[in-house]
Design a protein around this ligand. Structure first.
Ligand code: NDP
Ligand code: GDR
Length: 375
């Protein structure tokens, strides 16, 4: 039975990858951070009591900032494959915590590679690094492919640049099977609530049911190549099954703006939007508000303003446009994304609408629901 170690198993990708590897018969080990509240919601459905016979999922307390902890865990597991998905993964947050982001995202990768090397596992343990389209930042070529020069635009992007190159360096220096998946944005109902897609599907579902009155957004003109996380974790596994370790761009090759994402979400909910104004004064009005929203707004008639700009969400340096060229992955690995943009938005909206309906029920029965967090 193959053994895999996943850092970041409690995150979006980690949870889908754990599912995939368990389905494939792996013994799966995951690194989990100690937190004051449970943080395993995305993998609870996979978790069985460790004493259960046949259980193949094991969690270990640890952190990418802690070398001795990583070394001990790698030594104990002796994994065939390591997937380094753990990261401070929020670009905007990286401007607020640049040093921590570098420690986790850049040095964390080094610590893990060093653990493998120092334990003498460099010829047996394969290593996947979660690299990112944020490396392209201020794009030097469109679409972006494996040979496009990097120009990161955030502390997150810069930290991931180090992680990318240290992975290449360990491959070249020690002959390790170590590779980078340069993944473009990928989303799902399990996406963190503060990333733009989930903020929109969750936010508009709440507005639709009158739980919230307005969604405050940053740069609506940013362009992204959005795929579905399930398609992308399949590729992470495929990359470790080849004869030779190589780096690949993983993307759909199709681009939409944040504004497009809002419109597609609204259409899924049956909300007719009309944009008025421009720049920071741009507002989306809802022309056919639901009874619940109308009642919550206290406004008798007329369109409701439901999306506004808050410059707080602008970034000190923005990545304005990203569009990937996944031809190498298609050609060499036979990988093609299976979920369309429309299917992905539809799935996310259905999920968040259901969650909003549950909240609305609680509110109707006099319970308070937690107010939305900062995003
Ligand atoms: P998430 O933010 O959903 O998950 C990040 C994971 O990393 C969580 O399990 C988190 O734990 C863990 N983590 C955070 N800090 C540490 C730390 N100090 N030590 C150990 N673990 C830590 O990210 P995604 O699943 O979306 O992304 C997975 C990886 O892929 C990340 O490295 C991300 O940067 C990269 N990536 C993501 C893309 C995307 O579009 N989703 C695109 C390209 C790259 P906890 O649950 O406790 O917070
Ligand atoms: P990104 O994802 O920065 O591309 O990083 P995010 O969804 O946060 O932003 C995408 C674009 O939307 C714009 N935007 C907003 N973003 C957020 N979060 N909140 C807002 O209110 C908002 N309004 C507009 C952003 O400015 C940006 O241009 C993600 C992460 O998963 C990284 O870990 C990963 O490496 C990259 O994708 C590929």
């Amino acid at each position: 039975m193959k053994k895999a170690l996943i850092t970041g198993i409690t995150g979006q990708d980690g949870s889908y990858l754990a599912e995939l590897l368990l389905e494939k018969g792996y013994e799966v080990h995951g690194l989990k951070r100690r937190a004051s509240q449970f943080n395993t919601a995305r993998i609870d459905h996979l978790y069985a009591d460790p004493h259960t016979v046949g259980n193949r999922l094991f969690l270990h307390y640890g952190d990418l900032t802690d070398s001795s902890n990583l070394t001990r865990i790698v030594q104990q597991i002796q994994p065939d494959e390591v997937y380094n998905l753990g990261a401070q993964s929020h670009v905007a947050v990286s401007f607020e915590s640049p040093e921590y982001t570098a420690d986790v995202d850049a040095l964390g990768t080094l610590r893990l590679l060093e653990a493998i090397r120092l334990l003498g596992l460099q010829n047996t343990t394969r290593f996947y690094q979660a690299s990112t389209s944020e490396l392209y930042g201020l794009v030097q070529e469109t679409p972006q492919r494996e040979t496009t020069p990097f120009y990161p635009r955030s502390p997150y992007g810069v930290a991931k640049l180090y992680a990318y190159w240290i992975t290449v360096n360990y491959r070249e220096s020690y002959g390790m099977y170590a590779c980078n998946g340069v993944l473009f944005n990928h989303e799902s109902p399990r996406r963190g609530e503060t990333f733009v897609t989930r903020k929109i599907t969750r936010g508009l579902a709440n507005v639709f049911l009158g739980l919230d009155s307005c969604l405050y957004m940053g740069n609506l003109d940013a362009l992204r190549d959005w795929g579905h996380a399930i398609d992308y974790v399949r590729m992470q596994w495929l990359m470790l099954q080849q004869e030779q370790a190589r780096d690949y761009v993983i993307a759909t090759g199709v681009q939409f703006s944040v504004r497009d994402f809002i419109e597609r979400t609204a259409a899924e909910l049956g909300m007719q939007l009309e944009w008025r104004g421009s720049g920071v004064d741009e507002v989306a009005f809802w022309l056919n508000p639901s009874d619940a929203a109308r009642e919550a707004s206290g406004q008798g008639s007329g369109p409701l303003p439901v999306v506004r700009i808050d410059p707080r969400y602008f970034r000190p340096a923005e990545v304005q446009t990203l569009l990937g060229d996944p031809s190498k992955a298609r050609r060499e690995l036979g990988w093609v994304p299976e979920t369309s943009f429309e299917q992905m938005v539809s799935e996310m909206v259905a999920h968040d609408l259901q969650a909003a309906q549950r909240s609305a029920l609680l509110v109707r029965h006099g319970y308070q629901i937690p107010s939305p967090q900062e995003h």
